[in-house]
Ligand binder design. Structure first.
Ligand code: SAM
Length: 141
């Protein structure tokens, strides 16, 4: 296990290092995957990311959106997830994308009432279990 992987298990430590600019937000997505998502999101007016974690993908997606668009970042951040949410918020602020982002601290099912009625783009990256994806898919449909 690399040092970076080990530090991702310690959100409070990671948050401090991120605040100091020692580490960037972590994501399992590949830069080319994010570039592909950014191409597809570029004309959306309203977009949703289910599962935001440290906000690396959210920051890039929000930057790629038109100026008047909104990205809803849905994540329950369970079990004392404040440090992770702080990292995500900082990552998005540093990307200059904060005006386009709304955090919804809930799981996908609990977030529905907070989303706009029309959503042009979903990035589903939350609970990757069969049951989790099935629940997310009901919302996307
Ligand atoms: C793989 S990470 C997301 C990474 C992020 N999309 C990125 O690439 O930067 C998964 C996140 O989904 C969140 N999550 C788990 N179940 C969820 C659900 N039902 N609805 C929304 N988020 C969920 C977890 O708290 C975790 O932060």
């Amino acid at each position: 296990m690399s040092l970076l992987s080990r530090i991702t298990q310690r959100p409070r430590v990671y948050n401090r290092l991120h605040a100091l600019g020692v580490v960037n937000a972590y994501s399992q997505t590949h830069p080319e995957e994010r570039a592909c998502l950014c191409r597809h999101i570029a004309k959306a007016k309203s977009a949703v990311e289910i599962g935001t974690f440290m906000g690396l993908t959210a920051a890039e997606l929000a930057r790629a959106l038109p100026a008047d668009a909104i990205l809803y970042c849905v994540d329950p951040y369970p079990g004392g997830g404040e440090p992770l949410q702080q990292i995500a918020l900082r990552q998005i602020v540093r990307a200059g994308a904060a005006p386009k982002v709304r955090f919804v601290r809930a799981d996908s099912a609990g977030a529905v009432a907070s989303l706009s009625a029309q959503v042009d783009f979903f990035f589903v990256d939350g609970d990757h279990s069969y049951e989790g994806l099935a629940a997310d898919w009901k919302i996307v449909k």
